[in-house]
Write a protein that binds this ligand. Structure first.
Ligand code: PMV
Length: 330
C-alpha cells in the first residue's frame, strides 16, 4: 500500500519569539503544502527521498540508526541532510508508537512547495504530513489534534527544546490559530491577502531563539519588548475578529519593529519589508525566526508583490491564500 498526506506551511501574522515565553502568537496556514508519501516495507528499514526541499535532491537509506547506517548520496552538506533526517526519523518514531508497530519500516518520499528554514513552517509541515501518512499506512487514523501533539514532540526533541506548539498546531489544523503555551485554539478569520517575499536563504531557528534568550537575560528591558509583543497580539486578535485589515497591517508594522529590537531582523528582511510597504501593503513584517528567510505582507492589490519582485534582495515573491484545511490524506 501507499499513503500520501499533505500539510500546509504557515506565516506568523503576529507573535513569533514572544510565544517562546508564553505570550500568544497567531500563525496562519498558507496554501503551500508539503506532501509526504509513505509505503510500508517488508523490513524495518527507512528510506527517504526528497526532490525539492529547495536543496539538491537527496536520498538516504538506513536501518534505524542514523549514525551507523545513513549514507547520504550526492553533494548535500551533511548538516542539512542530518537536520532533515532528524525530523523524518522522529516523525516515523511517533507513527510507530501511535500504531504500536515499533519495527515498521518505510519508503518515504517528500515533495514540498515550502522552502526550508525560511520561516514558512517547512519542517512542521513535513513532520505533520509524515506522521499522518505513516500512521494511516499502518491502519491507524489520528485526529488532527493528536497529529499536532505528536508533531510538537518531534520539533521539541529535534530543536533541543527550543520550539513552541505554534508551527505544528497551525499546520495540522489549518486556518488561523492562536497558541499560548500549551493552550492552542483555532480562530475565525476573514480571507487575508498574504504576499510573501523570500530572500533565498535559510536560518537556524534554535540559534535565533537562543540569541533572544541571551539578550533578554542581559538586558531586563528586552523582557518588556516581549511583553509588548504579547499586548500587540491581543490587540491583533480583536482586529482579526472585526475583519479590520488596515489595523492588522499597522500592527504587523509595529511587530516588525519590536522583532528588530530583539535583534532578529536583517538587511534583506528589512529591504523586503520596506519594498512591500512602498508597494502599498497594509503592513509587512518578517515571519518566523528571522535573520534571513521570509517576510509577509498584507495587500489585496498587486503593488507589494510587484515591488518585491523588483527588489534585488528578494529571490521570490508570491501570493499565498490562507489554507483553510490543515493536514489531509491525498
Ligand atoms: O522560522 P520558524 O518557522 O522556525 O519559526 C520559529 C518561530 C519561533 O517563535 C521563533 C520559535 C517557535 O518555536 O515558536
Amino acid at each position: 500500500m501507499t499513503t500520501t498526506s499533505s500539510a500546509p506551511g504557515k506565516v506568523y501574522l503576529f507573535g513569533e519569539h514572544a510565544v517562546v515565553y508564553g505570550e500568544p502568537a497567531v500563525p496562519c496556514a498558507i496554501e503551500r503544502r508539503a506532501h509526504v508519501t509513505v509505503s510500508e516495507r517488508e523490513d524495518s528499514r527507512l528510506r527517504v527521498c526528497s526532490g525539492d526541499l529547495s536543496i539538491d535532491g537527496f536520498t538516504v537509506e538506513y536501518s534505524g540508526d542514523r549514525d551507523a547506517g545513513g549514507t547520504p548520496d550526492v553533494d548535500v552538506p551533511a548538516p542539512i541532510v542530518d537536520a532533515a533526517m532528524g525530523y523524518v526519523d522522529a516523525a516515523v518514531e511517533q507513527a510507530r508508537a501511535a500504531a504500536d508497530a515499533p519495527a515498521a519500516g518505510f519508503d518515504v518520499t517528500i515533495d514540498s512547495e515550502i522552502p526550508l528554514g525560511a520561516g514558512l513552517g517547512s519542517s512542521a509541515a513535513v513532520v505533520v504530513a509524515g506522521i499522518d501518512a505513516a500512521t494511516r499506512e499502518l491502519g491507524v487514523e489520528l485526529d488532527a489534534r493528536e497529529v499536532a501533539d505528536r508533531a510538537y514532540q518531534v520539533e521539541h526533541t529535534v530543536q533541543d527544546g527550543e520550539a513552541s506548539r505554534a508551527d505544528t498546531f497551525c499546520s495540522a489544523m489549518g486556518g488561523v490559530v492562536r497558541v499560548s503555551g500549551d493552550d492552542c485554539t483555532t480562530l475565525d478569520a476573514p480571507a487575508l491577502p498574504f504576499v510573501i517575499g523570500y530572500d533565498g536563504t535559510s536560518h537556524d531557528t534554535g540559534e535565533l531563539v537562543a540569541g533572544v534568550r541571551a539578550l533578554r537575560e542581559e538586558f531586563g528591558f528586552v523582557a518588556d519588548t516581549v511583553t509588548a509583543i504579547g499586548d500587540l497580539v491581543r490587540r491583533g486578535e480583536a482586529a482579526l475578529a472585526d475583519g479590520d485589515v488596515a489595523t492588522l497591517g499597522r500592527l504587523m508594522d509595529i511587530n516588525h519593529g519590536l522583532l528588530s529590537g530583539l535583534g532578529v531582523s536583517g538587511r534583506t528582511l528589512d529591504a523586503m519589508v520596506w519594498a512591500a510597504r512602498d508597494g502599498g501593503a497594509d503592513g509587512a513584517k518578517l515571519t518566523g525566526a528571522g535573520g534571513g528567510g521570509s517576510i509577509v505582507a498584507l495587500d489585496a492589490g498587486s503593488g507589494a508583490e510587484t515591488a518585491l519582485s523588483l527588489t534585488p534582495d528578494c529571490e521570490a515573491a508570491f501570493r499565498a491564500d490562507l489554507a483553510r484545511e490543515g493536514v489531509r490524506v491525498e
